[in-house]
Design a binder for this molecule. Structure first.
Ligand SMILES: Nc1nc2c(ncn2[C@@H]2O[C@H](COP(=O)(O)OP(=O)(O)OP(=O)(O)O)[C@@H](O)[C@H]2O)c(=O)[nH]1
Ligand SMILES: [Mg+2]
Length: 414
């Protein structure tokens, strides 16, 4: 087919990973919208994609004709999976294709797909035929019977893994056990929390911002959504025939990171933080980084200015010590406190810009610190240490808030 006949790709949503309400534009004149939006995340699945689309279409055309859409979200695969998918669009009218060039990763691909979806039910299935398509109809049926979430599970009757090595089985079960210990309220609700094959009623997650670190998007859906009834359908994880696996050790590390993050943000502190509209977790990290800075500042001040060491003039020593402490704080805040923002704005120019802003804000914070110290000491509490504590607290909040709004800002590019 020539290029001019190609149907156009879906625009990629930007900004936060919030699941929208059903868009009005996807409801037709008689008040109807389609039932199912099934996202197929792909990376280097050129040899699978046609097969997947054809099998899924055939199945869904029979079960829920014209009442579904397939959304392929490809991360600009070097094998041009997106292009193959795009060329299939004229043959499969329910197929839509998104090519992401600025973002990467399985979970965010799924969420971007859901953000563009028009269905009342949002689903996901792997693009390598490891998830048996036949199970789809049972998942749809479960939702139609009232479940908010229908999960294809390897660990209920009819489920299993076909040819996994003992090591992979062990790791998978170990990961599940660890998850149960850290987040029992989420992982305890399903037999296969690692499943990447499920569908959820849009209403259960609309308005929520999903924020997965690694592969396990189902944890986000259960952890952050309002999911009451859950149905499970057994399935056997098949062997991959074409293409290659993208599973690496990084996924295990991400998984553990994800568990802790979800634990914090869905725990009591997280809920309070959300209600109060103040990012407590971030503030605590910022405070901890600040403490490391104080330590560095003190140590350097001693090394540079103490009569027993270099004995440099106090002011010069203090300027050098503070500047190095600010640099230290910046590195940690950039890599840790605001890691979620930073990953979306990589590149040296952006980082330098953040550093300059951070530096200026911190220097202004220092001026504020001295000002508050004087005000409190002279007019309120004539105790210099109590006054200093108050001044430090005010300056820390200032530093945090202004840096949050200025230095590590999520910019939505429309
Ligand atoms: N868009 C997108 N899709 C991805 C990415 N990583 C993996 N996928 C797709 O997500 C699905 C699952 O990934 P796989 O690598 O097959 O992971 P798995 O099925 O758990 O592991 P295997 O058994 O080794 O295949 C496949 O359809 C991949 O093509 C990614 O970074 N971006
Ligand atoms: Mg796979």
């Amino acid at each position: 087919m020539s290029n001019s006949q190609l149907l156009s790709l879906l625009p990629v949503p930007t900004g936060s990973l919030q699941i929208p309400e059903l868009p009005i534009t996807s409801v037709n004149a008689s008040g109807q919208s389609i039932l199912l939006s099934l996202v197929i995340p792909t990376y280097k699945e050129r040899d699978n994609i046609e097969n997947v689309v054809s099998i899924l279409s055939q199945l869904l055309d029979e079960a829920i004709p014209e009442n579904y859409e397939l959304i392929v979200v490809d991360d600009d695969s070097p094998d041009r999976t997106w292009e193959v998918a795009q060329s299939l669009m004229s043959e499969y009218p329910q197929l839509r294709v998104m090519r992401r060039q600025d973002e990467r990763g399985l979970s965010s691909a799924v969420i971007r797909g859901w953000q563009a979806a028009k269905g009342r039910v949002l689903g996901v299935i792997d693009g390598d035929l490891q998830h048996p398509p036949e199970v789809l109809t049972q998942l749809v049926a479960s939702i139609e019977q009232g479940a908010d979430l229908a999960v294809a599970s390897r660990h209920v009757e009819g489920g299993g893994v076909s040819s996994w090595s003992a090591v992979r089985r062990f790791l998978s079960r170990g990961a599940q056990l660890l998850g149960l210990m850290i987040l029992p309220g989420v992982l305890g609700r399903v037999t296969d929390p690692m499943s990447g094959y499920f569908m959820v009623r849009r209403q259960a997650i609309a308005g929520e911002t999903l924020n997965p670190v690694g592969y396990k998007i189902l944890l986000e859906v259960i952890g952050r959504g309002s999911v009451d009834e859950i149905a499970e359908v057994g399935y056997v994880f098949r062997e991959r025939k074409e293409g290659e696996s993208k599973v690496t050790w990084k996924q295990y590390v991400d998984y553990i990171h994800h568990l802790f993050r979800l634990r914090v943000s869905t725990g009591r502190l997280g809920r309070f933080s959300q209600k109060a509209g103040f990012p407590i977790g971030r503030f605590l990290r910022f405070g901890l980084v600040g403490l490391s800075g104080v330590f560095i500042d003190m140590t350097l001040l001693y090394l540079l200015s103490d009569p027993t060491t270099l004995a440099w003039p106090l002011t010069r020593s203090k300027i050098i010590a503070s500047e190095i402490a600010i640099f230290n704080n910046f590195l940690w805040n950039d890599a840790w406190t605001f890691a979620d923002v930073t990953t979306k704005q990589q590149g040296w120019r952006q980082r330098l810009k953040r550093f300059l802003k951070f530096n200026i804000v911190c220097l202004a914070g220092l001026v504020l610190n001295v000002l508050v110290l004087n005000l409190v000491f002279n007019f309120l509490i004539p105790n210099r240490y109590v006054a200093n504590l108050i001044a430090i607290a005010v300056a820390t909040i200032w530093n945090f808030w202004v840096n949050l709004k200025l230095s590590w800002r999520v910019t939505d590019v429309k």
